[in-house]
Design a protein around this ligand. Sequence first.
Ligand SMILES: Cc1cc2nc3c(=O)[nH]c(=O)nc-3n(C[C@H](O)[C@H](O)[C@H](O)COP(=O)(O)OP(=O)(O)OC[C@H]3O[C@@H](n4cnc5c(N)ncnc54)[C@H](O)[C@@H]3O)c2cc1C
Length: 358
Amino acid sequence: MKLKNKKILIVGQGISGTMLSWFLEKAGIDHIIIDDESSNTPSKTAAGLINPVTGRRVVTVWLDEQILPFAEKTYNEIGSFLDIPAISKTSIIDFFPNPFMKESFLKKLSQQAPYISLVDNDAYLSEYFTYEFGTGIISPSYIVHLQELLPAWKNYLMSKGRFKNTGFNFLKLQVNSDAIIYDGMAVDMILFCDGAHGYTNPYFSLLPFALNKGEAVIIEAPDLPSDLIYKKSLTLIPFCEQGTFWAGSNYIWDFDDDKPTEEFRKSAEQTLKSWLKVPFKIVDHKAAVRPATVERRPFVGLHPVYKNVGILNGMGTKGCSLAPYFASQLAAHILYQAPIEKDADINRHSRILERTSV
Ligand SMILES: Cc1cc2nc3c(=O)[nH]c(=O)nc-3n(C[C@H](O)[C@H](O)[C@H](O)COP(=O)(O)OP(=O)(O)OC[C@H]3O[C@@H](n4cnc5c(N)ncnc54)[C@H](O)[C@@H]3O)c2cc1C
């Protein structure tokens, strides 16, 4: 399909929809986004951390050498375009919560693993934190300023008349092999970036999603230096206002709703009381459902049966690092049939998707 002079409809303006829209815009492709502006989406709940290592065994993240520089470059470009700071480069102070985690970190260090080192002089940290097992540094890491980036991109699209604040209704969608009509509007292609709602999306609900809920509290801690990220059992990330920090998170696989829980708030408060030596106050509490997947890999590509229906989803815990790279791949795939990373391409589930009945 030749897409120049044609029109694409994107459903969802989280970080996935925003990045896809950015790459289509750069390629000069006419498109419009529909988003219901829910307040409790993961893109509006996340602190925007990009951490190059993951887990107890301090493992380097998947495709780090491609994905991380690409994310940094993309956020800097869109930030310059919108005249906002979209990304900051920083470091994480990793407070070892127990001797085993310290041992894992030191073992990786001895193997010359990238991104990790020891703090030259961490004595100053004891002015702010209680900790017993020492610290390491993870660097570079990044904070994507989602709270500025998402509204700024929405405003840009609105100024062009290309953003619709409304819920998407599948009953109004008609997909034919040569055209799509949505609520009276004709488009050539529809791309779903609908996050956890993908789980009930009739075109993609057969994909192996593994949704999980996560929470964070926002604290005021004006005496805590705000140039670094601090990680122990919670991660403290400098947030929008000077002196405020985002503190999260948890992973709940069995949940009835997407609301914040009293249990998390209490345990976060307790953890912060025993970790921080400076005064703090909880000023907000957020929760959202992550669009995670069984294989921990995203869902990217066009439907094998409905070839003008596509998806960019399944970002799990890492939307900020994965979305730019895979949005760019999906845009290039649509425009030039460029290949999509094998482990992310929904083609790996084509046999399941062929059973889609809409
Ligand atoms: C507590 C928590 C902390 C996190 N921290 C981080 C972090 O630090 N770094 C990181 O990289 N990731 C983090 N994540 C994960 C990250 O938030 C997700 O990977 C990412 O936000 C997913 O983005 P998305 O655009 O795919 O989906 P969403 O953010 O869910 O966006 C989907 C959009 O589609 C809209 N939509 C859906 N259905 C419809 C419909 N029918 N009609 C109209 N609009 C619709 C929604 O309103 C929403 O705006 C965190 C998640 C949580 C919950």
